[in-house]
Design a protein around this ligand. Structure first.
Ligand SMILES: O=C(O)CCC(=O)C(=O)O
Ligand SMILES: [Fe+2]
Length: 316
């Protein structure tokens, strides 16, 4: 082979070698990068999913009133439901400036609430539902017992259980709440009346026995209790301390708002569909609260519970 030919051949070899090297080196990085790329894309998908789950769960719930906060007052205006507004036109001076919810820890004192809790437990220890939810209504006398209700004003062994001082505490607290509604909703205090049923509730984690124990269903107070125009809830125990679960939830289109019960926390809201709500199941401990409603309709007004009524029934 001539020198020139040898040189050409050796150049060709070198070229081929270089080409092969290029091919290999072009392939190699794709092998090295391919694996991390697949892993990377999986990580990206997982992180995106986690972000979606995090934000969507965040979006459906927000804490409107946290148990550990001492709230001077926090409000949220909501659009009145048509049914609610239509009906209120009949009652001069009782329609709210705005439909809303308002939570405050400053209207009722912890001392007053301790008194109310003493009154509630004093009665309920003679009653109590088989299931998780019991009520005591000092106006009608209804108290849960077993799977039924008894009338405490007709039960001879409950005679002298409640004193005029007990009824006074309830009246004082209820009046404070009435003026607070008048102030925050822009209505005349003499145009709103205490209505039925006003009651103490006691909720435990016991399994429901009758439908009366099923407190966790979403509802509109105006539908459940025809007479309600303003609902107020006074909490007598602390979420996360005295009981677990049992938060109050306002159901809204995008974000549900939770109210965490706190001793002496007062929640007030217009009773129409704008404030549809439910109570989460209590998972441990015992939750005490008081439902104190008001009506604009005088025909649904109730008298104060008093020792006279109590004595009248017992002397019959
Ligand atoms: O106890 C609560 O937080 C709510 C009770 C309730 O929804 C009601 O009495 O209608
Ligand atoms: Fe309710």
């Amino acid at each position: 082979m001539s020198d020139a030919k040898k040189r050409v051949k050796s150049n060709t070899k070198t070229e081929n070698k270089t080409n092969n090297d290029e091919k290999t080196s072009a392939k190699r990085p794709s092998v090295n990068k391919g694996l991390p790329l697949r892993v990377m894309s999986r990580i990206v998908v997982i992180i995106s999913l986690l972000i979606i789950v995090y934000y969507s769960s965040k979006d459906t719930f927000r804490t409107f009133a946290k148990q550990s906060d001492l709230l001077p007052g926090i409000g949220q205006v909501v659009e009145c439901s048509m049914d609610y507004i239509k009906e209120l036109h009949k009652f001069e001076g009782c329609a709210p400036r705005d439909c809303k919810r308002f939570v405050t820890d400053k209207v009722v004192s912890v001392r007053e609430v301790e008194e109310l809790l003493r009154i509630a437990t004093k009665g309920l220890k003679y009653g109590g539902s088989f299931g998780g939810a019991s009520i005591l209504d000092l106006h009608s006398g209804a108290m849960s017992k077993g799977q039924h209700f008894i009338n405490i004003y007709e039960a001879a062994d409950l005679k002298n259980l409640f004193t005029q001082e007990d009824f006074n505490v309830i009246r004082i607290v209820r009046d404070k709440i009435k003026y607070s509604i008048a102030h925050h909703f822009g209505v005349q205090p003499d145009k709103i009346y205490s209505t039925h049923p006003t009651f103490f509730s006691e909720i435990s984690d016991k399994k429901a026995f009758t439908e009366h124990d099923e407190y966790w269903h979403a509802h509109v107070d105006k539908v459940t209790y025809k007479s309600f125009h303003y609902t107020t809830l006074l909490y007598l125990s602390d979420y996360g301390i005295d009981f677990k679960g049992g938060r109050f939830v306002f159901i809204d289109e995008k974000i549900n708002s939770t109210v965490e019960p706190r001793k002496a926390r007062l929640s007030m809201f217009t009773s129409g569909a704008e404030n549809t709500h439910y109570v989460e199941k209590v998972t441990s401990g015992v939750r005490y609260a008081m439902t104190i409603p008001f009506t604009c309709d005088k025909k649904y007004a109730i008298e104060d519970p008093s020792i006279n009524k109590y004595n009248k029934i017992h002397s019959n």
